[in-house]
Design a protein around this ligand. Structure first.
Ligand code: ADP
Ligand code: MG
Length: 268
């Protein structure tokens, strides 16, 4: 290889720089910066109202930033609509469950899988070999993900009838069906008991190993964050006030003051 054919060093999977979002007077996100590499598992913690969900909304295109940049593999994506961001490889779940309640469990995942294996309208009408193959690929993906999430037995049930914990895992299956490079989970353990939370942490680790996705997880459950995440970022009032390994974060006086020492703030 000659000198000028050296490979360009890879860009991080996701990068935010000076990312800010203001709602009228309120600065919900203030100069946020993070670097996430392929297969990273990063936790984002912080008191209620510290801007965690706003960060997810800005990265995934549900909100436009007031300032700053979001880069996916070095390419600016800030301001693109959610459907485009999803096609580019970022999938997310929401803080509250958002499933298609009247659809079956399987169809909830199929709808997302078909975004990844699209059929053209003429192809679908004419039932061409290509469109049949795309439908089969989507169905295979959906069944594989339901099995992984322990939901295969419930495939035919209406999503609205699922027990709470199953619904949360269905949301993750649906996000994965788009075959993302980055999975963003907003409080996936909220409402789960401690056994379910531990099982979920194991499952998220398995998802990373199996699909090679990077994961950013917002979570209040410290056990989940500390066992699952390799790196943790702490937000307070929209700004990053700490970042490090779980052990470094737990030992940081600044973080303890702002957050870990005031967990009662989050009881509601
Ligand atoms: P977190 O997820 O860390 O609890 P959020 O990102 O949801 O915090 O909220 C950060 C701040 O921004 C809060 O003060 C919240 O009230 C405000 N906020 C969030 N979304 C909106 C919105 N769509 N319109 C106005 N204010 C908002
Ligand atoms: Mg939130």
């Amino acid at each position: 290889m000659t000198r000028d054919q050296r490979p360009i060093p890879p860009a991080p999977l996701l990068e935010t720089r000076g990312l800010s979002k203001a709602f009228r007077g309120l600065v919900a996100l203030n100069g946020h910066a993070i670097t996430v590499w392929e297969r990273d598992i990063v936790g984002v913690i912080g008191p209620n109202g510290s801007g965690k969900s706003t960060l997810f909304n800005v990265v995934t295109g549900f909100l436009k930033p007031t300032a700053g940049k979001v880069l996916l593999r070095g390419v600016p994506i800030s301001g693109r609509p959610p459907a485009q961001v999803s096609r580019l490889g970022i999938a997310r779940t929401f803080q509250g469950t958002r499933l298609f309640g009247q659809l079956s469990v399987l169809d909830n995942v199929l709808v997302a899988a078909q975004l990844r294996h699209p059929t053209s309208l003429p192809g679908a009408v004419l039932n061409t070999a290509g469109s049949r193959a795309a439908r089969r690929a989507a169905a295979d993906t959906a069944h594989e993900l339901l099995a992984l999430m322990g939901l295969e037995q419930r495939a035919g049930q209406r999503a609205a009838s699922l027990p709470y914990g199953d619904g949360r895992r269905l949301e993750i299956a649906r996000a994965l069906a788009t075959r993302p490079a980055l999975l963003m989970l907003d409080e996936p353990a909220a409402g789960l008991n401690s056994g379910e939370t531990r099982a979920l942490a194991t499952l998220i680790g398995e998802v990373r190993d199996r699909y090679g996705v990077a994961v950013i997880v917002i979570e209040h459950d410290m056990d989940l964050v500390m066992t699952l995440c390799e790196r943790v970022q702490v937000l307070a009032q929209g700004a990053v006030i700490g970042e490090g390994t779980p052990a470094e974060i737990q030992a940081s006086p600044r973080v303890r003051n702002a957050y870990l020492g005031s967990e009662s703030d989050d009881a509601a």
